[in-house]
Design a protein around this ligand. Structure first.
Ligand SMILES: NC(=O)C1=CN([C@@H]2O[C@H](COP(=O)(O)OP(=O)(O)OC[C@H]3O[C@@H](n4cnc5c(N)ncnc54)[C@H](OP(=O)(O)O)[C@@H]3O)[C@@H](O)[C@H]2O)C=CC1
Ligand SMILES: O=C[C@H](O)[C@@H](O)[C@@H](O)[C@H](O)C(=O)O
Length: 326
């Protein structure tokens, strides 16, 4: 059983989750894989309207509940408000659509996917002309708080937010964000943001924890970054007789962050779960701290040089991180 941490909302979040970005798998394959994930022990699932996997996750959950494999209260489901719905009036309808696909009465965690609003890019990243110059995060957050009061969401949070954007959110939030989901792995360690979130009681969940190695992921992830091929990670893996994926995931857990690796392959799923009964050494951690830092999700899709709201990558990320984006 994967241990959980208590969020500032009072909910318990298992410290390893399952990602659900499906780059080549059919809905049936996703459903079957997610059912297998529940069977091998996953209890925390990360989806989003953008991924098109809420329906398959819902189907897997219906089957898992009806066969008695797990109960609703044993499962933690995260989904995300896409940028086309990042307006106060669109929050409740978007949440209801996600709940309908998930076949759930409530989600455990609902995240603002990106700190931008856009039009016409329902299931894709935006083109420059689709990015709207303003985003009403204050109004959106108030709507999310109403959805918590209505019992439709247990915890609310954000994704791809810098410490500066979190600081602004905290200035008006009645319910503070429980989670900030960001890219995080040994090649992009997020030291500054981790420190900030720890001080504010915000849990970081780590996306693309294996640096998204599938070639099809090149549409959103810089394929020159490869934690599974990093010489320092490979050497540590050999010393511990573990896989490079296990070293990367173990390192994330030891920082207090929660990785959500995606795998629809049963042996990878099990391998990724076997990270709880051994530790890295101080020497391993020191070596990992020397790995060159490069962002994989650059965020260039979310920047509009002419209109904003972020005219540069620096305005999007506010200089959080350990190196320049590449
Ligand atoms: N909030 C946001 O903006 C974002 C959130 N996310 C979330 O984070 C999740 C994880 O990130 P993602 O980008 O999918 O990439 P990951 O870093 O999780 O990598 C997934 C890839 O790694 C492979 N893999 C998994 N386990 C192993 C292993 N033990 N050994 C070798 N290969 C392995 C998988 O293949 P296989 O299936 O064959 O095992 C898959 O191709 C997403 O699915 C999504 O839920 C991701 C990006 C952005
Ligand atoms: O930078 C843009 C990326 O494509 C982005 O839209 C995705 O990485 C998305 O956030 C996700 O959750 O998978």
């Amino acid at each position: 059983m994967v241990r959980s941490v208590k969020l500032n909302s009072g909910s318990s979040l298992p410290i390893l989750g399952m990602g659900t970005v499906a780059l080549s798998e059919s809905q049936q394959q996703v459903k079957d894989a997610l059912l297998t994930a529940i069977q091998v022990g996953y209890r925390h699932f990360d989806t989003a309207m953008l991924y098109g996997t809420e329906g398959a996750l819902g189907d897997a959950l219906v089957e898992a509940f009806s066969t008695g494999l797990v109960k609703r209260e044993e499962i933690f489901v995260t989904t995300k408000l896409w940028i086309t719905d990042n307006h106060p009036a669109a929050v409740l309808p978007a949440l209801r659509t996600s709940l309908c696909k998930l076949k759930l009465d409530y989600v455990d965690l609902y995240l603002i996917h990106w700190p931008i609003a856009a039009k016409d890019c329902i299931m894709t990243v935006p083109t420059k002309d689709q990015i709207l110059p303003h985003v009403d995060l204050k109004g959106v957050w108030a709507e999310l708080e109403h959805c918590v009061e209505k019992g439709l969401i247990k915890s609310i949070g954000v994704s791809n937010f810098s410490s500066k954007k979190l600081e602004s959110l905290l200035s008006y939030a009645k319910i503070p964000p429980a989670v900030n989901q960001v890219e995080m792995h040994p090649c992009w360690q997020q030291k500054q943001l981790r420190e900030y979130c720890k001080n504010k009681g915000i849990q970081i969940t780590a996306y693309s924890p294996l640096t998204s190695p599938a070639p099809e992921a090149e549409v959103y992830f810089n394929q020159r970054i490869a934690v599974l091929k990093d010489p320092i990670i490979l050497a540590i893996a050999e010393q511990h007789a573990k896989s490079p994926a296990q070293i990367a995931l173990r390192w994330i857990i030891e920082t207090g962050c929660i990785p959500v690796p995606k795998s629809f392959n049963k042996s990878h799923m099990s391998e990724n779960l076997e990270i709880f009964d051994w530790e890295l050494t101080d020497e391993d951690r020191q070596k990992i701290s020397t790995i060159p830092q490069v962002r994989g999700t650059c965020g260039e899709f979310m920047v509009n040089e002419a209109t904003g709201p972020y005219r540069t990558l620096q305005e999007l990320w506010d200089d959080d991180g350990d190196s320049v984006a590449s």
